[in-house]
Design a protein around this ligand. Structure first.
Ligand code: DHB
Length: 391
């Protein structure tokens, strides 16, 4: 089998890359170890930056997102028993975010690839990449009981943090940066009408909480928990008790205790590999970097990576120039490190650290107070939250 770009992984990065390349007449094959049902049902975050929304719209993927997603023009920061709103448009020249779940983006992408008869192979086994430092890199895998060798011009490693592409780069050529946080998030889906009009990020002595939304019938909640907690450690009664305690007495919030139908513990980690390239293998999305979820940057970074990578591949195929491919890693890493810093900062600002001293707690409260009283500081949050234009 032969293609121009072999794409390992059908998450947001791999599927969007394949779609963007298709629009430019560039052929790709996407391979994925999971089934279509599994990738379409995996619950992740739901914040789309303005630039991600624009990219999805421009590439013909915006129809359902515009119908079912919700545009949010601000967030609430809640601490010391009071809520404060950060208004995005007035701080960012009119920008906002859209709340639309990642698995809905995945469903739209898969539908678009299937409609265009794109080559999308699910449930492949034993994938491996070879000959990365040649002009004919290869992906080998088993599919439907057959051993397949896929010859490519380029390979995109879009197979996530636990994927096979990053470890295929010799360790002497990889520089990795890691931080693991001493807490996790319990992520919940609840059958209930919206609790709030905009997301509420709460700093509290008992730990962070986040009230988000999904649809008129389904709401998304997160609670800071211990990193090694299991979902079973959180019976519904404990969840509601914690939420009420962390939110405190709050106006304009209607915390209907609906049926909780999804509970999962999310690990919190920061990670970057440099460079995001080895020969003709290019990494994009979680295979190259992880952010803690606070601020919802993961999917947006994946989209930004593949926008840069697709433009570089188009320049190669249409103009014969490798300059943008040479620049890919440095270009992508500039945005990656900005989002790494922002996600680390939001996480550090809002969570309870168990080894934290009262001094540290007071510093958090002072920074939050500064954030909601200084336009300059609020603007820093807002422009990072809606997403900076960095290319
Ligand atoms: C959501 C997730 C986040 O990490 C965040 O900061 C805001 C919202 C969400 O899933 O809705």
């Amino acid at each position: 089998m032969r293609t121009q770009v072999g794409i390992v992984g059908a998450g947001p990065a791999g599927l969007l890359l394949s779609h963007l390349l298709h629009l430019e007449g560039i052929d790709s094959v996407v391979i994925e170890s999971r089934s279509r049902q599994e990738i379409e049902a995996t619950i992740r975050a739901g914040v789309l930056e303005q630039g991600t929304v624009d990219l999805l719209k421009q590439s013909g993927l915006g129809e359902r997102m515009q119908r079912e997603g919700a545009v949010h023009k601000g967030i609430y920061l809640r601490f010391a028993g009071r809520s404060h709103r950060i208004d995005f448009p007035s701080l960012t020249g009119g920008r906002a975010i859209t709340v639309y779940a990642q698995h809905e983006v995945i469903r739209d992408l898969v539908a678009a690839r299937v409609a265009a008869q794109g080559k999308l192979l699910f449930e492949v086994k034993d994938a491996a990449v070879y000959a990365l430092d040649t002009r004919e890199p290869k992906v080998r895998f088993h599919h439907g009981g057959q051993l397949v060798e896929l010859e490519c011009d380029f390979i995109a490693g879009c197979d996530g943090f636990h994927g096979i592409t990053r470890p295929s780069i010799p360790s002497r050529m990889r520089h990795e940066f890691t931080r693991v946080y001493p807490f996790g998030w319990l992520g919940l889906l609840v059958e209930a009408p919206p609790f709030t009009d905009e997301l509420i990020y709460t700093h509290h002595e008992r730990g962070f909480s986040l009230i988000s939304t999904r649809s008129p019938q389904i709401q998304r909640l997160y609670l800071q928990c211990n990193p090694d907690d299991a979902a079973a450690d959180w019976p519904d009664s404990r969840i509601w008790e914690e939420l009420h305690a962390r939110l405190g007495r709050i106006e304009n919030v209607n915390l209907t205790e609906g049926r909780i139908f999804n509970k999962a513990v999310i690990a919190m980690r920061s990670f970057v590999v440099e460079p995001m390239r080895c020969g003709r293998l290019f990494l994009a999305g979680d295979s190259a970097h992880i952010v803690p979820p606070t601020g919802g940057k993961g999917l947006n970074l994946a989209a930004a990576d593949v926008r840069v990578l697709s433009q570089a591949l188009v320049a190669f195929y249409k103009g014969g120039s490798e300059a943008l491919l040479e620049a890919y890693s440095a270009t992508a890493l500039r945005r990656v490190w900005r989002a790494e810093h922002f996600s680390w900062w939001m996480t550090s600002l809002l969570h309870r650290f168990h080894d934290e001293s009262p001094f540290h707690h007071r510093l958090q409260l002072s920074e939050l107070d500064y954030l909601v009283s200084s336009r300059a500081k609020a603007q820093t949050l807002a422009e990072n939250y809606v997403g900076l234009a960095l290319e």
